[in-house]
Design a protein around this ligand. Structure first.
Ligand code: SAH
Length: 255
């Protein structure tokens, strides 16, 4: 899988690509990341990549010509029809299902990180295949969204996490029926007067599994009733699950 990233700040990616459980995926090329700076494709001594907006107003806008030349350079290196993704607060909000779909599509993508007020709309209209947002807030640039997308896709790829089972137990995964993850505890058994839930020390796998399911249900009901509603609508909650929710005072996922 290959990602070509168009960014005015390629140096931001170095520490991200060199740390943590995903490092080997990047260094081995299982996920190949190439960084491209539009400044290298800009004209003149000043290598200008941005200019003032037509119509006035604050801020600067990324110019189309250097971006077009960067894209043409990348397309000449890879002709696999990889989509051009533009990060924008106006895009579709990224989620687990999209990360999962990308993890099984071996192509990867070309990622365009905006800066300033954004990118000349004509470049977006001419070349961008899809716009992706990481949430309803505004960042200073598309680099953090690019890292968020890369990381969420890479950790789902086969062999990247040392314990293959670990991501299956994460929030939003089909194995959890779309619910949130359960709480986790480790040593010491008692910390500042707080004990670890006894069932986790019992060694009784069935009881532990049931407790974890209950905790997932209760966390989802409390924090993300919208997810609980979806799981219920898809018929993923059992009679026993509904019983747990009723006993805790959640009825119909509406509270
Ligand atoms: N004027 C734009 C925001 C520009 S922020 C607007 O209001 O829609 C500068 C750049 O940061 C954007 O071009 C985009 O690439 C990136 N960015 C900011 N917030 C983002 C978000 N929530 N998701 C994805 N990209 C974002």
């Amino acid at each position: 899988m290959r990602f070509d990233i168009i960014t005015l700040f390629p140096e931001l990616f170095a520490p991200f690509l060199q740390a943590g459980v995903t490092r080997r995926a990047y260094s081995s090329g299982q996920v190949a990341v190439q960084l491209h700076n539009p400044r290298d494709f800009a004209d003149g001594n000043y290598r200008r990549v941005d200019d003032r907006p037509f119509g006035g107003g604050p801020g600067m806008v990324m110019m189309a010509p250097p971006l077009e030349r960067t894209l043409q350079y990348i397309r000449a290196l890879r002709d696999d029809g990889a989509p051009l993704v533009f990060f924008s607060p106006q895009g579709h909000v990224w989620n687990h299902a999209l990360a999962q779909a990308w993890a099984v599509d071996a192509r990867g993508a070309i990622l365009l990180c905006g800066r300033y007020e954004g990118v000349d709309q004509r470049f977006i209209d001419a070349y961008v295949d899809v716009q992706v947002s990481v949430g309803d807030f505004v960042l200073s640039g598309g680099e953090i969204p690019a890292m968020a997308v890369l990381d969420s896709v890479t950790r789902l790829m086969p062999g990247v996490l040392s314990d293959e089972a670990s991501h299956i137990q994460d929030s939003f995964n089909p194995a959890l029926d779309g619910l949130l993850d359960c709480p986790h505890y480790t040593r010491p058994e008692e910390w500042n007067g707080r004990a670890v839930p006894e069932v986790l020390l019992s060694g009784h796998h069935e009881h532990i599994a049931r407790w974890r399911r209950e905790q997932s249900l209760l966390a989802t009901a409390a924090q993300r009733p919208d997810l609980l509603h979806n799981s219920r609508a898809q018929g993923l909650l059992s009679a026993q699950d509904e019983c747990v929710l009723r006993e805790a005072g959640y009825n119909g996922g509406l509270n």
